[in-house]
Design a protein around this ligand. Structure first.
Ligand code: APR
Length: 248
């Protein structure tokens, strides 16, 4: 099946990857759902936009712990790197990611649509100014904007109740619709509207290759080739198979 998937990637005219929390699990970042999932340990209401507006200090205390103290130092793994190599070899057009950890970009991927935003940026809710999170002191919470002087800073990823950021939203759909090979890696497919993106690819007759340790909501509905296993091992094998024979 690896060989078959590799052949599809080699012959594909436009190959796109769609990634979720599972690709970063081996970097030490837990997924959202499942027994080890974040939502088993923390109350998701801290990421509801209205709760955040009214209780910024309480939300920020948990956000800081999870996204900055705990995962802030995570490094990209072999699967992020394999996708960056595929792009460099012109075998992958883009990545659509639901992840906010910036690890695709740190591994060297260039065309990354941040469908849910990015935790490494903060945005002022009043004046819209952006700041690298590394430049903001998170010891006194909530952080306030140094540009307008009073606005509340929020991580630039979407909270529950917020719309998908643009142009990432439209670019993701465009790329899914234009792809002829579509890789789905490490996502349960339980969160809308992100979970609709692979269906846009399938509608365009794209071949769907899925990598996951477990079956997902896509496996029985649209997946053509299911490669069951950890993202690092499976993508390393796939990359090796793709690069084994000289490219035409
Ligand atoms: N390799 C491959 N897949 C893995 C691995 C691994 N090492 N470990 C876990 N998985 C799979 C799980 O089997 C599961 O299908 O990754 C998936 C993770 O699913 P979720 O935790 O639901 O994460 P995701 O699909 O990215 O969630 C989507 O939900 O709360 C929101 O905004 C958040 O972007 C997130 C969205």
């Amino acid at each position: 099946m690896i060989k078959e998937a590799a052949e599809l990637i080699r012959k594909g005219k436009r190959v796109t990857a769609f990634t979720g929390a599972g690709i970063s699990v081996e970097s030490g970042i837990p997924p959202f759902r499942g027994p080890e999932g974040l939502w088993n340990r923390y109350d998701p209401k801290i990421l509801e936009i209205n709760y955040f507006r009214h209780n910024p200090e309480q939300s920020w205390m948990v956000i800081k712990k999870i996204f900055y103290d705990f995962f802030g130092t995570a490094k990209f793994n072999k699967s992020h790197k394999a996708l960056a190599v595929l792009e460099e070899k012109k075998l992958l057009s883009s990545i659509i990611t639901q992840n906010i950890d910036n690890l695709h970009q740190e591994a060297g991927s260039r065309v990354v649509h941040e469908y849910h935003g990015n935790s490494k940026r903060l945005v002022c809710m009043d004046c819209g100014e952006f700041f690298p999170s590394s430049e903001i002191d998170l010891n006194s919470l909530p952080p306030l904007c140094s540009s307008c002087g009073s606005g509340l800073l929020k991580p630039d990823f979407i909270f529950f109740g917020e719309p998908i950021p643009e142009p990432a939203g439209s670019n993701s759909i465009d790329d899914a619709e234009r792809s002829d090979v579509f890789l789905i890696i490490g996502t349960s497919g339980e969160i809308m509207p992100a979970s609709m993106i692979p269906y846009a690819a399938k509608k365009n007759n794209s071949k769907i290759i899925e990598i996951n340790t477990e079956r997902s909501s896509f496996t029985n509905s649209i997946t053509d080739i299911f490669l069951q296993g950890k993202a690092t091992e499976t993508l390393s094998k796939l990359l090796e198979a793709v690069l084994k024979t000289p490219l035409l």
